[in-house]
Design a protein around this ligand. Sequence first.
Ligand SMILES: [Zn+2]
Length: 59
Amino acid sequence: MKDDQEHTILAVHVRGLDGMCAGCRAWWARLAPYPCWQVDWATSRQARASVARFLGGVR
Ligand SMILES: [Zn+2]
């Protein structure tokens, strides 16, 4: 299992002062409202991973 990517995304994609995603702006010079789709992806991955751990580590 490899969840480094989610942690990296969640660490970088944080809410900026103006409500935009700071990570998207820093990485791609792109304005995206926070939470951006990458944060959605990472949080849903983490939720699935913790459910899997709770159920006994199926994956
Ligand atoms: Zn982002």
